[in-house]
Design a protein around this ligand. Structure first.
Ligand code: HDL
Ligand code: ZN
Length: 427
């Protein structure tokens, strides 16, 4: 293969056609009933768009919005962000991409047309169609045993049946709200002894039994937690005077989670930098971000070399250091352009520095889709940008006369979009 034009075309084709293993979503198999969100009203009431509605309508009282039924919320968001204003934000443009891909003529009347079209569709058929349009082979879920409705679904024997969906054992409560997690585990029958500052030795064994029981039930690809910008992971190095919450987090991390992950060969996905509820009135839309300490992540990788860490950080300012840290530790793999970073301008910057510093040894994206249909836009928008960054790199190789083939370019793209994650998660 020679010539820049053919190289760029080959890269675009390889990236557009790569089958994706989407390593972090909030989707569910339809067996989990109402936990799976899909269709135009769920698309429009996505918390990203709710935040943008209140930008457009600062006069709107939060309670007035929250007491509206979902269709009315969707109609208001449609009116303010799609009719009164052009849908240029990433989350709004995403809805337009979905509508067009699903065959709904985009425009001010599209809401009614989309409702009519999707009202006739079975969710199982919609899953087939969306996965096909998005080029997604598997979607890793977010499965939280501390969530009462999710726990009930698993305990009712609603295990996974559709192998397009893969479980992930999400344990934020265990790390971020020890007293509440301990109380829930006791109610589930685990003898969690210890106090506000975390479990004692017997309690640690019970926490590991809890993890083992849910691993057996869910068969997760990895253990996952979202963490604040500053977190504590070393029970042997708790700063004097640290609050009980920090001591509990450090003990659970170093005496329960990490030994369990190491013994079981389970990767640990850490999503770091969330500052929860900076505006509580916005509910799920009310979280913000903060800069994390990559030095802590480096120390963690050094101390636990047998644990495979998948890490995504929420602050743009952390991204370059995370790439450098990954150059130091083979058990650290950066993944995705998460949440407020999942925007073309930042995906471009992050993908370029990752390719330049890590080559093909990283996972460029996950969708974080909360609504099934979002797989379409989150992957279409990301493939466009990631493809452009890769095309520049391969064009530069061609310029330097490096021999390239479409097959090799496809193999490289498949590493980025599925193989790297499959090898780390062993799925
Ligand atoms: O903790 C997480 O998994 C985050 O992705 C949150 O769910 C967040 O609300 C979100 O949806 N981000 O995209
Ligand atoms: Zn998420």
């Amino acid at each position: 293969m020679s010539g820049e034009k053919s190289v760029r075309a080959a890269v675009r084709k390889a990236v557009e056609s790569a089958r994706v293993v989407d390593m972090h979503t909030h989707l569910y198999e339809p067996r989990f009933g109402g936990l799976l969100l899909w269709g135009i009203d769920d698309l429009l009431t996505y918390h990203y768009l709710i935040a943008e509605l209140f930008r457009a309508r600062p006069d709107l009282a939060y309670d007035e919005f929250w007491k509206m039924p979902k269709p009315a919320q969707a109609e208001l968001i449609w009116k303010e962000l799609f009719v009164e204003r052009s849908p240029v934000s990433e989350a709004a443009r995403g809805v337009v991409t979905c509508l067009e891909a699903l065959g709904v003529r985009p425009g001010p009347k599209a809401l009614a047309e989309a409702r009519k079209m999707l009202a006739r569709r079975r969710v199982e058929d919609h899953i087939d169609r969306v996965f096909e349009l998005a080029g997604v082979e598997k979607a890793v879920m977010t499965n939280d045993p501390f969530d009462d409705s999710e726990r009930a679904a698993w305990l009712a024997g609603k295990g996974l049946r559709d192998d397009r969906f893969v479980a992930a054992l999400r344990i934020d409560a265990l790390l971020n709200d020890w007293p509440a997690a301990a109380a829930k585990m006791r109610a589930m029958g685990y003898e969690i002894s210890g106090g506000e500052s975390g479990p004692d030795a017997a309690g640690e064994r019970e926490v590991r039994r809890f993890l083992a029981d849910w691993k057996a039930r869910m068969k997760p690809a990895y253990l996952a937690a979202s963490l604040p910008p500053k977190f504590f992971w070393d029970g042997d190095d708790i700063p004097s005077g640290a609050p009980a919450k920090a001591a509990a987090q450090a003990r659970v991390f170093s005496r329960c989670l990490l030994p369990f992950a190491g013994d079981e060969g389970l990767p640990v996905a850490m999503m770091i930098g969330v500052r929860k509820s900076v505006n509580p009135a916005l509910r799920l839309a009310g979280d913000s971000l903060g800069r994390a300490s990559v030095e802590d992540i480096e120390a963690l990788c050094l101390r636990w070399p047998a644990v495979r860490f998948l890490v995504t950080l929420l602050s743009r300012e952390n991204q370059h250091h995370l790439c450098v840290a990954a150059r130091k530790f083979g058990n650290l793999t950066p993944f995705g352009c998460w949440w407020f970073l999942n925007d073309p301008s930042i995906i471009r910057e992050m993908t370029a520095e990752r390719i330049e510093l890590l080559g093909l040894s990283m996972i460029p994206q996950h969708s974080d889709a909360r609504v099934l249909d979002q797989l379409i836009y989150k992957w279409r928008h990301s493939r466009e940008v990631i493809g452009e960054v890769l095309a520049d790199k391969y064009a530069a190789l061609a310029e330097a006369k490096w021999p390239l083939s479409a097959a090799k370019i496809k193999e490289d793209a498949d590493r980025l979009f599925s193989r790297n994650f499959r090898e780390i998660a062993r799925i």
